[in-house]
Design a binder for this molecule. Structure first.
Ligand code: BG6
Length: 492
């Protein structure tokens, strides 16, 4: 992460953006490249070659890019635009064929270290890699960027990894989990490893449990052809949520070298306790939204968006246990869902209560165990709740109150020139420099699938079907029972 890797890798000199006219390219990749140019991060001779099947001229593509940038809140900087537009080119081709590869090669005009960004269906990854190899574009200094999903389970993820691995060495493969590009996720690393304060407390002696919530107000909408095959478990938990869990749970790496960081994350994934059929019933809940009201607006059911009834979960809550010294006996409660009452990505580190209270009865009622709340979005905020004395005098001894010690990142985004970065900006800089610390390694993605496959298998064995929940609610009632079973509660 922006740390210079130990062996300096030459900067990439071009990007080939597959699926250049698609949603991901338009919303994330192209604006990120433009902002990197604004900040002076793109090398002078860096070229951007968009490709898709759709016929389009270079001029037409440049115009499209201009329009999509103009539609963003930040005004276009004309000086940067002049430079940026010169970098752009477009070629319409079928990139899964050797001929397509040859076409790309002609347009790349001798670029030696291209970054291939596959913003296309994962079902095409293997073929595109084959075409890149056949046309001689996959040089030892090129890099490939893959989006999730890498497979749908362990077996299919291995197939994808094998096909890509036949063409690109692992250090050249950048598997994106865009959560790792988010400012607060990286801040979690800073919080844990740039302070002495937390590390001695960061274990089962002091921590009671951890909660990770990723709630979205959006529904699935017209993404159902993809979503219906995946569901919340595979769409969110296998990747983003397990990554967050890894950053909370991992041991301190020796340094920020990609190998050190990713080795520690893999150890966490390997320590996740395998789900059993009993866990499916007692330690997990699947839900699917029915119609309801979100943010004052009526929202349709998943079934009506999908057009028929299916057993796909749009909500999942579960208890994960990490079987190692640090975390023995500390449950991690994870929940994620679509059409929740609010957008919220939050990690709660709940500390244990004081072992003995010296206060009188009244104050005892006020005592709340310390909590570290890390809000990742929409606000980026870190708050540590501490008990202190309620000011003033009261009958029967002092009263206490819980107050947050708060570190808000909001002010960082205020003032001229300040802006919230797109997660992809951070990630693309890292690819440019060949640093894959914030990308998911092959064994990591496969370990995550191994555990998630266990959950899916346990669900099948137990015949666990999604329970309905009204859009705009916090999921099925079972999600509350799940955490209350161990006398704990979600922080809502
Ligand atoms: C994607 C999922 O990976 O992440 C989507 O496929 C989800 O279903 C999205 O909506 C959430 O990302 P963010 O950055 O809005 O939290």
């Amino acid at each position: 992460m922006a740390q210079t890797p130990q062996v300096e890798t030459p900067l990439a000199d071009a990007m080939v953006l597959f699926g250049a006219t698609g949603d991901l390219s338009r919303r994330m990749v192209i604006p990120s490249l433009y902002f990197l140019d604004v900040d002076g991060h793109l090398p002078a001779d860096y070229r951007i070659l968009g490709t898709a099947r759709a016929p389009q001229t270079r001029e037409g593509f440049v115009e499209e890019v201009r329009q999509l940038l103009a539609a963003r809140p930040d005004p276009i900087d004309e000086g940067v635009w002049n430079r940026f537009s010169q970098r752009l080119d477009y070629v319409a081709c079928d990139a899964t064929t050797k001929e397509g590869g040859a076409e790309l090669k002609t347009h790349l005009k001798g670029a030696k270290r291209p970054m291939f960004f596959l913003a296309i269906s994962p079902s095409l990854y293997a073929k595109v890699c084959g075409a890149l190899a056949a046309s001689g574009l996959a040089t030892p200094e090129s890099r490939i960027i893959l989006e999730k999903p890498i497979g749908r389970d362990l077996e299919t993820s291995r197939e994808v990894n094998r096909a890509v691995g036949e063409v690109f060495d692992e250090e050249r493969i950048f598997r994106i989990d865009h959560y790792l590009g988010k400012e607060t996720v990286q801040n979690l690393i800073a919080l844990r490893f740039a302070n002495t304060l937390f590390e001695p407390l960061w274990n089962s002696l002091t921590i009671d449990h951890v909660q990770i919530t990723v709630a979205e107000t959006e529904g699935v909408g017209d993404r159902w052809p993809y979503y219906d095959e995946y569901g919340a478990l595979r769409d969110m938990l296998q990747n983003h949520m397990l990554q967050l869990l890894c950053f909370v749970a991992m041991e301190p790496p020796a340094d920020m070298d990609p190998r050190s960081v990713r080795n520690e994350k893999v150890k966490v994934l390997r320590s996740l306790r395998r789900f059993t059929r009993a866990d499916a019933q007692n330690a997990s809940v699947r839900g699917q939204y029915t119609k309801g009201v979100v943010g004052g607006k009526e929202a349709p059911s998943y079934e009506s968006e999908r057009g028929q009834a299916t057993a796909t979960e749009t909500f999942v809550a579960l208890r994960a246990d990490i079987d190692n010294w640090r975390w023995a006996g500390v449950p991690f409660f994870l929940r994620t869902g679509k059409r929740m009452p609010e957008k919220r990505t939050q990690i709660v580190i709940q500390f244990k209560p004081v072992p003995h209270s010296i206060f009188g009865n009244a104050a005892n009622e006020d005592l709340v165990a310390n909590r570290l709340v890390i809000d990742l979005q929409p606000q980026e905020d870190i708050a540590l709740t501490l008990m202190n004395k309620l000011p003033g005098v009261s009958k029967g001894g002092m009263r206490l109150q819980s107050m947050p010690l708060s570190l808000s990142l909001l002010s960082t985004y205020e003032g001229p020139g300040a802006r919230r970065r797109i997660a992809y900006e951070r990630l693309l800089i890292d690819v440019l420099h060949g640093d894959n610390t914030l990308f998911v390694r092959r064994d990591e993605v496969e370990e995550a699938w191994r555990w998630v496959d266990g959950v899916a298998d346990a669900w099948t064995e137990a015949g666990l079907k999604p329970k309905p929940y009204a859009a705009g609610s916090w999921g099925p009632s079972g999600a509350f029972a799940l955490i209350e079973r161990s006398e704990r509660a979600w922080l809502d």
